[in-house]
Design a protein around this ligand. Structure first.
Ligand SMILES: [Zn+2]
Length: 163
């Protein structure tokens, strides 16, 4: 049996990814043959995206303005839901976001609009359990994280500013 190049499932990564502590983007697309001028074909292993490595943020550290503050008084699952409500229904809807958090989002928005890849890394899980859309399964790890609220919000304000 031979492994034909070019039939690997391509991994689809979004511009903003929410990662567990030990997750990493894997950006290697396996062997793609390259036609040389002399007619030979040479396997060419290239790594996509390395010219622009993702900018990493540890979103749940003590000094992060967007850490999940709800974690201090309830369970992990509840805290993630509460944070989502807090951000959309209070910070956003009532224009009640603290300056540090606002600055953080503004900076991420600019990076996002410039086309940077952004990794939001959270210590609430070691690995994330929702790689299904890219063909990997870690179903025994949690699917949720307050990072998805951050990702959605960055994408939202970026879209708003483009209007
Ligand atoms: Zn998290």
């Amino acid at each position: 049996m031979t492994n034909k190049p070019g039939i690997h499932t391509k991994k689809q990564w979004e511009q903003i990814e929410v990662l567990g502590l030990l997750d990493a983007r894997k950006i290697i697309d396996a062997f793609e043959p390259e036609k040389l001028l002399n007619g030979h074909t040479k396997p060419n292993r290239y790594v996509k995206g390395l010219a622009k490595p993702p900018i990493k943020f540890f979103i749940n550290r003590k000094d992060s303005p967007v850490r999940n503050i709800c974690e201090d008084f309830t369970t992990r699952e509840e805290a993630i839901k509460m944070f989502d409500k807090l951000l959309w229904d209070s910070w956003h809807a009532c224009d009640a976001m603290e300056e540090q958090a606002r600055d953080w989002f503004e900076a991420r928005k600019k990076e996002y609009l410039k086309g940077n890849n952004i990794d939001l890394i959270c210590d609430c899980r070691r690995f994330r359990g929702n790689y299904e859309h890219i063909g990997l399964q870690y179903s025994n790890h949690p699917h949720d994280c307050h990072g998805y609220t951050l990702k959605k919000y960055i994408e939202f304000i970026a879209k708003e500013s483009n209007k």
